[in-house]
Design a protein around this ligand. Structure first.
Ligand code: ATP
Ligand code: MG
Length: 451
């Protein structure tokens, strides 16, 4: 319905990039967004600020998403109050960042990000023109120019339910166009991550990237090399967990942009054998995100990098390294190569290694080892991963099916299952051995990645 309304009202042509002297003020009767649709916390923050005489608007993704009928996942507020002034008004708030100061205001479980209108010129840039710090403040019009895309520069006042639109963002949204504010090359130079954001937002909102914004990406992708690894990790995660990863990466690839844009993809998308596995992992992630189920970053990265680990593991074994050592070394090698460009956090890296390390243990279907494996806290995740490998055709479907059966049945049936595999393998059934009692305090020493 919102779209219909918009079509009626905004059937004018889109203006060029320069900021109009006066922004469009669009009343609720035309855009249809009621204050009940935005978060309570964001409304309260705006009301408190306005009450003290400041300007305050909900800005960016939330308004853009509501206009196309998506549920916003978080709310950002823009104001002319300085971070210190905002901080003083809200008890549960803190200033974060030094080079880009913003304030996090907590409201129940929700965090509202409050930023002060930025001036049109950044304070500090590197030799490529990349913005390093920006704590000089300006007017709302200047703040609008500093935002990345026209559809992200919409300011919603929840008290009057009016949208202030400096760059024809509402019309662009209605015309399904993602347009950069200003000259795209200059804007990508200031912040190369905008190229990734363009692809992600276009896929998420089914927008077409405006040709002038799309064209420079191919030769400018190299600038992403200057972006700090931690920021690249965040952006990669956002892209992969957007629920549109398949579409995003498909689009990147079609345009030959996957090289250099995401270091991770350089490795994984160039291996035809691995391709099925990777796409399956991405499809499953998209399905889970869309069904509102939790998605784990470690599972996803473990999947994307598995073909590379598996290849390195085999290579090392071929040179005579014992299997468990070869796997452990392969895991470290692959993660270290990624770490140079993509700061996978230590916790995520630990979880990834645990998942990989479980894989060879599924091949050991004998006696106590099998019982121990199903008790492992990460058994379920390890099994999901095993099943993914089977679905991609890397291993027999029989293996995950066997483990599923083994994990969910009684003792007698389990013994039968164990006997059946040992007979299949032409070995004598595993003999039950009485275990010697361990001295108190002793632990079972087993290499984490025993094959
Ligand atoms: P989503 O939350 O769906 O990922 P978003 O557009 O809200 O999308 P945020 O990272 O939350 O993304 O950014 C909030 C707003 O800040 C954006 O809508 C945009 O106006 C501005 N912004 C974010 N990143 C940039 C950037 N790299 N350059 C310029 N403006 C940006
Ligand atoms: Mg946002």
């Amino acid at each position: 319905m919102i779209r219909k309304l918009l079509r009626k009202v905004f059937s004018y042509r889109v203006a060029p990039f320069s900021a109009p002297a006066e922004p469009a003020r669009i009343p609720v009767s035309q855009h249809g967004i009621r204050r009940e649709q935005v978060s309570n916390g964001a409304v309260k923050v705006c009301a408190t600020l306005q009450d003290r005489g400041y300007q305050a608007y909900i800005v960016g993704g939330a308004i853009r998403d509501l206009l196309v009928g998506h549920l916003p996942k978080d709310h950002d507020v823009a104001t002319d109050a300085t971070p210190e002034e905002v901080r003083a008004l809200f008890r549960r708030s803190r200033i974060i960042g030094r080079r880009f100061k913003i304030v996090h205001v907590m409201n129940g479980p929700e965090t509202i990000e409050v930023s002060t209108f930025r001036a049109s010129q950044a304070t500090e840039t590197d030799k490529h023109g990349r913005v390093l710090a920006d704590n000089s403040y300006g007017s709302q019009a200047e703040d609008a120019i500093r935002r990345d895309f026209t559809v992200n520069a919409l300011y919603y006042d929840p008290l009057t339910e009016t949208i202030i639109d400096y760059h024809h963002g509402v019309a662009d949204l209605q015309q399904k166009t993602l347009r950069v504010i200003g000259e795209p090359r200059a804007r990508y130079r200031e912040d190369p991550v905008r190229m990734l954001r363009a692809v992600r937002l276009a896929a998420k909102l089914s927008l077409i990237i405006d040709p002038t914004a799309r064209a420079p990406i191919r030769d400018m992708a190299i600038l992403l090399e200057n972006v700090p690894a931690a920021r690249l990790f965040d952006e990669t995660l956002k892209l992969l967990m957007s629920g549109n990863a398949v579409r995003c990466i498909g689009q990147l690839r079609e345009e030959g942009l996957h090289h250099g844009l995401l270091p991770l993809l350089d490795i994984v998308l160039d291996q035809p054998v691995a391709e099925r596995f990777i796409w399956l992992a991405l499809e499953k992630t998209d399905d889970r995100v869309r069904a509102d189920k939790p998605v784990s970053a470690s599972f996803l990265f473990a999947a994307l990098l598995w073909p590379e680990v598996s290849r390195t593991w085999k290579g090392r074994q071929a040179t005579g390294e014992p299997p468990y050592l070869a796997l452990s070394n392969a895991m470290d090698e692959v993660l270290a190569a990624q770490a140079q460009r993509l700061a996978i956090t230590r916790r995520v890296a630990g979880d990834i290694k645990e998942l990989w390390g479980l894989q060879p243990r599924f091949d050991k279907r004998v006696g106590r080892t099998s019982y121990r494996l199903i008790e492992h806290p990460k058994f379920r995740a390890g099994w999901d991963f095993l099943q993914l490998r089977a679905q991609a055709g890397g291993i027999s479907e029989e293996l995950p099916a066997w483990w599923d059966h083994f994990a969910h049945t009684g003792h007698d049936e389990r013994e039968k299952l164990l006997r059946a595999v040992s007979t299949d393998n032409g070995k004598a059934p595993a003999r039950k051995r009485r275990r010697r009692r361990k001295p108190a305090g002793a632990t079972t020493l087993e290499p984490n990645c025993a094959p």
